[in-house]
Design a protein around this ligand. Sequence first.
Ligand code: 26Q
Length: 810
Amino acid sequence: MDDFSITDFASARTAGADALRKRIEHHLVFSFGKDRNAAQLTDWRLALSRAIRDEVVVPWFETTRRVYRQDGKRVYYLSLEFLIGRLLHDATVNLGLEDKARAAMESIGIDYDRVVLDEPDAALGNGGLGRLAACFMDSMASIGLPAYGYGIRYDHGLFRQGFDHGWQTEEAEDWLAQSHVFEFERAEAAIPVGYGGEVVPGSGDSARWNPAETVIAAAYDTPIPGWQGKWVNTLRLWAAQPTRAFELSAFNRGEHVAAATPAILARTISRVLYPDDSTPQGRELRLRQEYFFTAASLRDILRRFEKQYGDLSLLPHKVAIQLNDTHPAIAGPELIRLLVDERGLSFDAAYDIASGCLNYTNHTLMPEALERWSYDLMRHVLPRHIGLIERIDERHASDCAAKGRTISADVRAIDHGEVRMGNLAFIMARRVNGVSALHTELVKQTVFGELNDLHPDRVVNETNGVTPRRWLYSCNPPLRTLLLDTIGDRWISDLEALEAVAPYADDAAFRERFAAAKRDNKRRLSDFIARRSGVAIDPDAMFDVQIKRLHEYKRQLLNILETVALYNEMKRNPAADWTPRVKMFGGKAAPGYQMAKLIIKLINDVAAVVNTDESLDGRLRIVFPANYNVSMAERLIPAANLSEQISTAGMEASGTGNMKFALNGALTIGTLDGANVEIAERVGPENIFIFGLNTGEVAALRGHYNPGEFIENSPRLREVLGQIETGAFSPDDPGRFHQLTDNLRHQDWFMLCADFDAYFDAQRRVDAAWKDPAAWVRSAILNTARSGWFSSDRTIRGYARDIWGADPSA
Ligand code: 26Q
């Protein structure tokens, strides 16, 4: 069939704002059944979103046809998290429809910006790993790579955070309440996924698995248009549904609840995103989630492959699968299972094919985040897979033996009654990558040291990046305009072109415009904070921002301790010329993570004291707006002057917030950790504030670390700990924070005490630098100019070249 004239539909991209307006009104009435006069803001948003979605469909079809014709390698990105945030503005911008959408909405009498802000965030992730997946989706479409994202369509994304007297509260998030207007339900693409049951040996290597239960994975597709809308990829998210077999007999007996129970249990699988809580509760559900989306995705991938090609040995030439951390690592045994049990291949042939397709990205070296499953749980939930994992382990051992290498228990996928997903992922991967240069070295030297020795070409580095479309063009209109005026628009699709603004750092007029753009953003943020938190802040103060998941290794605690020390100095010496600062915090603690929740309470308690202390003249403010998410990051980052990246060296795999801040002209105060190292190399030591122990020093100190010595030698730290311990910030409950302070005094795994003085001194260097506004702005401009390398377009080209062997078309 030809294009049945879909292209005859008037496209708003070629027609005027009028055509778009008509399409919006059409959707309001015919898609949502609303009368113009009764329509609320949300109705208009839904109608506009549908009109924008319409514009994606034709290029989406065209992309699909091109990919089919080009006959190249397809890339599949499997991730338990996609933290995509709001979609409407992103899609509008990428399609080049922003001006028309504004005009169309204005002619209707509605403010486009209000419409955009009405959209709830799709918070289908916890943090960096999920946001990276979202940036990658944008980049893969923008450089024209045939790619599919696969994940779970959670009913409830990451919880909504509130504060009750400074304590974190959690409420279910409900992003689907008003329907997800960008998606297309694909009822025909549903896939059954089995659990439990028994395994009957078959002929050769094959077996027949008779699962005890089956759930249906229902497909929902969200088109992802790249920059300028020329290429549109698909994000396919799976929702769990019961099989059609309705419990009719139970229902007819009047047992209505019993009849409904299996359906409820089936749907549980895609009910909620698991926060990184590392508690045993719900471990089985998490394993079921991992298998659910991995199994559905692999079947889908094979189906698409077999529609076009017959010969399964071609699979590694046509399919590259990226495992975003170990969460989909069951893909190894599952792909082998499909090839052996359902396609009749031998185990060895299947192993070779599967390990030619799979790749694994490691995002953390923290022992508690490395996934392990008990052997018994795995056997209970996935009885066929446990046997295959044993065979994978044996095959790997015998391959090593054949090369004259003996292996230790450390590299086994199964050991001590546990399945180690990191080793399984590594063994089955063609390539394994770290997410920054430093982290990649640590991957090779520490957790995967022996595996790296056995397979020295397997580990590669692909330093993370961020999409410039969302993290500069969309979130920072004043700076966008200045850049367009000054150096044109190449940077939007080739971020390293920002280098061309570096010479303007010495141009006083440009510096003034750069500073004005920052001030604009700060003023807008100040209004938002006043509305949200009721705290008045001075837009001319330094905005010092730490936004990220609450975690001990990220050391928000170090930041608040330093804030107290600064407060003490200001009180002791009120007449001094203190740099006015607003300390901003944002982030959620996993619901089961008591220490992290206590740190939130401490920050809020300190804020209550500092913000009401009149003697400071408002020169120090602490704000912690609740419910930090992608949309809040889009407000905070463009307004930041100082970016806090202060993890214990060796613990932050990369960081990506650090890149967003630098790109938007904030200076970093940070340790030599993760991608901070590479940021420092690029922006230059004079444009960044580095402090504290480095990775080698942390490792050397670890064996004989005694935080008491550091406390003893730091009068400031001693004073701060004493205040917290005697209830200076919690007079109603002086012992409230003893867990935090006891830990610092006697254990301090994250070495806050060791880094405290260096951090305090670095902050004073920051204060001093702020006193020379021209020099500060110069540094800020150079941060922007030299951050172009941190585009996720560059990262994705690296993956395509070094890992996937796939060709971008642009
Ligand atoms: C593991 C086991 C059981 C339950 C949950 C988990 C789990 C869930 C989420 C473990 C880790 C995560 C998320 C990790 C994450 O976001 N890592 C971040 O990834 C970014 C992208 O590479 C890096 O920039 C950050 O440094 C890293 O912390």
